[in-house]
Design a protein around this ligand. Structure first.
Ligand code: UDP
Ligand code: MG
Length: 312
């Protein structure tokens, strides 16, 4: 069976050499133990890096037969870069494993993924058994992220990032999901088929720095929720109904006060409620607007990535 490792890389000149070495050794070991065939490949996707990433990838391609490279025409983000790689791999492989260039995900878990694949799974999720090696901040924000997504009605696998094996037919099915606002972790479970889970310890980034600072992480979560769930809009509707209810109660209260002869001073309460309701309305319009913006972008059917070069 032909296995492709798909590795998105954005400004990874520091992490790439070690990643290439480790991945190369992994493929060699798997080939010599007869688990995968000799035409298996490691496919690096250069997501429009502006450092030496592409030079390194082309060098690897020149030196060894196992390395391939896809160069995107510009930076499109982790998810699109990954999709580009998976789309290319789907044409040639029986299964593809997606993994980050920083090798935070334990490569040995790929063996277990292959076991699950052998058991008939089309999708095998790599799940972190612990986050001991993550910093305090990353650990908590990341776990908050998964809980928040669940609450918001997005079905995702807890503590699973983008380290997973997908069979060729799962990859082909993935191509049927045409959304421009791509959030793979939410889409892959929708594909269905038999799936399995493999647990591993997540390590530290080997070199370079995280390409997901807090700002990008928040944007990613927002993207994930609004592209997969309409729950926030429902919550706005519920909030509107609740506020309306409160206003009826307030009306009843002030009427009884009026008829029992008490005059309200009431300035504060009025001003506060004007601001509160104004704020909630603006926020709500913003959320609804976000969905309209999504519709706008989706109807354009713009390409999600453009491949500049493919080194086979
Ligand atoms: N990445 C990418 N395009 C981007 C940002 C990141 O292809 O615009 C890649 C990056 O090179 C890495 C993977 O996505 O291989 C995950 O990024 P990172 O390790 O920085 O994220 P973290 O593990 O900190 O969440
Ligand atoms: Mg990382």
């Amino acid at each position: 069976m032909t296995l492709y490792f798909v590795v998105p890389c954005y400004n990874e000149e520091q992490a790439l050499p070690a990643a290439a070495k480790a991945l190369g050794e992994k493929v060699d070991a798997l080939v010599s133990s007869g688990r995968i065939s000799a035409d298996s490949k490691i496919l690096f996707v250069d997501d429009g890096s502006n450092d030496k990433t592409w030079e390194i990838i082309s060098g690897l391609h020149r030196d060894g037969g196992v390395f391939q490279g896809v160069k995107l025409s510009r930076n499109r983000g982790h998810q699109n870069a990954l999709l580009a790689g998976l789309t290319v791999a789907a044409k040639y492989c029986d299964a593809a494993v997606s993994i980050d260039a920083d090798l935070q995900d334990d490569l040995d878990a790929a063996d277990k993924m292959l076991d699950e694949f052998g058991n008939g799974c089309d999708v095998v999720y790599g799940v972190r058994s612990s986050r001991k090696k993550d910093g305090f901040f990353k650990r908590n924000t990341a776990q908050g992220f998964y809980k928040f997504m669940r609450k918001m009605g997005v079905e995702i696998v807890y503590n699973h990032a983008d380290y997973r094996l997908m069979s060729r037919r799962a990859l082909e099915a993935l191509e049927g999901f045409g959304e421009v606002n791509l959030f793979l972790r939410g889409i892959v479970p929708m594909i269905g088929f038999k799936s399995g889970t493999v647990y591993y310890e997540r390590g530290e980034r080997t070199a370079g720095e995280s390409k997901y600072p807090l700002k990008k992480m928040l944007a990613f979560a927002f993207e994930g929720v609004t592209s997969l769930s309409i729950k926030p809009i429902r919550m706005i509707a519920a909030l509107g109904a609740l506020i309306f209810l409160v206003s009826i109660i307030a009306l009843a209260y002030s009427l009884t006060r009026h008829f029992t002869g008490h005059t309200e001073i009431g300035w504060t309460s009025i001003v506060v409620s004007i601001w509160a309701i104004g704020g909630i309305q603006l926020f709500s319009i913003g959320v609804v607007g976000e969905y309209i913006g999504k519709i706008y972008l989706e109807t354009k059917r713009r390409p999600r990535f453009i491949i500049e070069r493919y080194l086979r």
